[in-house]
Design a protein around this ligand. Structure first.
Ligand code: DGY
Length: 326
C-alpha cells in the first residue's frame, strides 16, 4: 500500500527525519530553507505533492490564508511545538483539519531555560561574560558586578501549568518561596505549598521575581504592561520564556532603564526573530534565542510525539490523535 504523503516544513533531528521517511512518503526540508516561514509556500508545496499531512513547527506561518490554501487532501497539521499560537485554529477547524502538538515532553527543558535566565538576571551573568570576552576584566574586586541571591526570595509564576510547576520544583531547591497567579487555584498536590493569588495587583506587589508562562494570542497580549510593571516592587526581576507578545517591550525597556526592574531575562520576543533594539544596548537584560526546548533529548521526544500523532490519523485511521488540539 502506498505510504501517506507528508510535508515536513523544517529540518528535524536526524532520527526523526529517518523515521518520518520510513513511515511516510515524506518531503523533508533537510537544508532548512526559509520557505517554511511563508504560509503561501507551505500551501503551494503541500498542493504540489498532494500531502495528507503537514509536519510543521513553531514559527511556521500557518495563518488562515495558508490553511485555506492547503489542498483538500490535508487531514492533519502536526506541529513540532507545544505552543500553537502560530496556527489559525479556527480556520483549521472550519476545514476539518486536525491539529496536534507536543505537550509534556518539553516542560522540564523549558523550565530549565527559565531558571537559567533567572540566575543570569539575578547574578549578572551576561554582563560578566561580556566583560571577560571583551578583555575588560581587571581581576576580582569586592564590589564588582554584585547581583542578588535567589535564596529566600519570592518567585511569582504567571501560569502554573506543567512548565510553571517544573520551574517551581527547581526554585524550591534554591530555597525560594513560590507564589503563583492563574485563572484558578490548583489542587494541593499540584500546589505543593505554592501560594495562590487571585488578583494581579496582590501577586505583583508580593513577588521579587516574575516568570511568565502564558500562551500567546489576544488573551494575554501585552499582559505585562507599564501599569502592571509599576505594581511590582522596585528592584524586581522579570523573566519571559512563554511567548514574546505577552509583555510590552517598550514598557519593560523603560523599567529596566529606570532601575524599577533590576534585570530581565528573555527567551521569546514579540515578532521574533526580530528583537526590539532597545534591549540590545541594555546590560541588565539577558537575551536567549528561543532556546526553551532546545535539548537533544527533548527535541527527539517532540519528534516522537509528532510521528505518533501523524501515525494515528494517517496510518492507523484513528478518529482522534493522542495530542489533539482541535
Ligand atoms: C514550543 O514548543 O511552543 C516552543 O516555544 C518551541 O520550542
Amino acid at each position: 500500500m502506498a505510504k501517506p504523503v507528508l510535508l515536513v516544513t523544517r529540518k528535524l533531528p536526524p532520527a526523526i527525519e529517518a523515521e518520518a521517511a520510513r513511515r511516510f512518503d515524506a518531503t523533508l526540508n533537510t537544508a532548512d530553507e526559509p520557505w517554511s516561514t511563508d504560509g503561501a509556500e507551505i500551501a503551494r508545496r503541500a498542493a504540489a505533492i498532494g500531502a495528507v499531512g503537514v509536519l510543521g513547527a513553531a514559527g511556521d506561518r500557518l495563518d488562515a490564508a495558508c490553511i485555506n490554501a492547503l489542498p483538500a487532501s490535508v487531514k492533519i497539521i502536526s506541529t513540532f511545538s507545544v505552543g500553537f499560537d502560530h496556527i489559525d485554529i479556527a480556520a483549521a477547524k472550519a476545514r476539518g483539519i486536525i491539529v496536534t502538538n507536543t505537550p509534556e515532553v518539553l516542560s522540564f527543558a523549558t523550565a530549565e531555560t527559565a531558571f537559567t535566565l533567572l540566575l543570569m538576571a539575578a547574578r549578572r551573568a551576561g554582563e560578566g561574560e561580556r566583560m571577560v570576552r571583551a578583555g575588560a576584566w581587571k581581576g576580582w574586586a569586592p564590589t564588582q558586578l554584585l547581583g542578588v541571591t535567589l535564596q529566600h526570595k519570592k518567585l511569582g509564576i504567571l501560569g502554573f501549568g506543567r512548565i510553571g510547576r517544573e520551574l517551581a520544583d527547581m526554585a524550591r531547591g534554591m530555597q525560594m518561596e513560590i507564589h503563583y497567579r492563574d485563572v484558578q487555584r490548583l489542587p494541593a498536590e499540584l500546589e505543593k505549598g505554592a501560594i495562590f493569588h487571585d488578583t494581579d495587583d496582590g501577586f505583583l506587589a508580593t513577588i521579587d521575581a516574575l516568570s511568565m508562562h502564558v500562551p500567546g494570542g489576544a488573551g494575554t497580549r501585552h499582559w505585562l504592561n507599564a501599569a502592571r510593571l509599576a505594581q511590582m516592587k522596585k528592584g524586581a526581576i522579570v523573566i519571559n520564556s512563554g511567548r514574546g507578545g505577552s509583555l510590552h517591550d517598550e514598557a519593560l525597556i523603560a523599567a529596566l532603564k529606570s532601575g524599577h526592574i533590576r534585570a530581565a531575562g528573555l527567551d521569546v520576543y514579540d515578532g521574533e526573530p526580530q528583537v526590539n533594539p532597545g534591549y540590545l544596548t541594555l546590560e541588565n537584560v539577558a537575551l536567549l534565542p528561543h532556546l526553551g526546548s532546545a535539548t537533544e533529548e527533548t527535541r527527539q521526544a517532540m519528534g516522537d510525539r509528532c510521528l505518533q500523532n501523524l501515525t494515528a490519523i494517517l496510518i492507523e485511521g484513528a478518529n482522534k490523535a493522542p495530542h489533539q488540539v482541535v
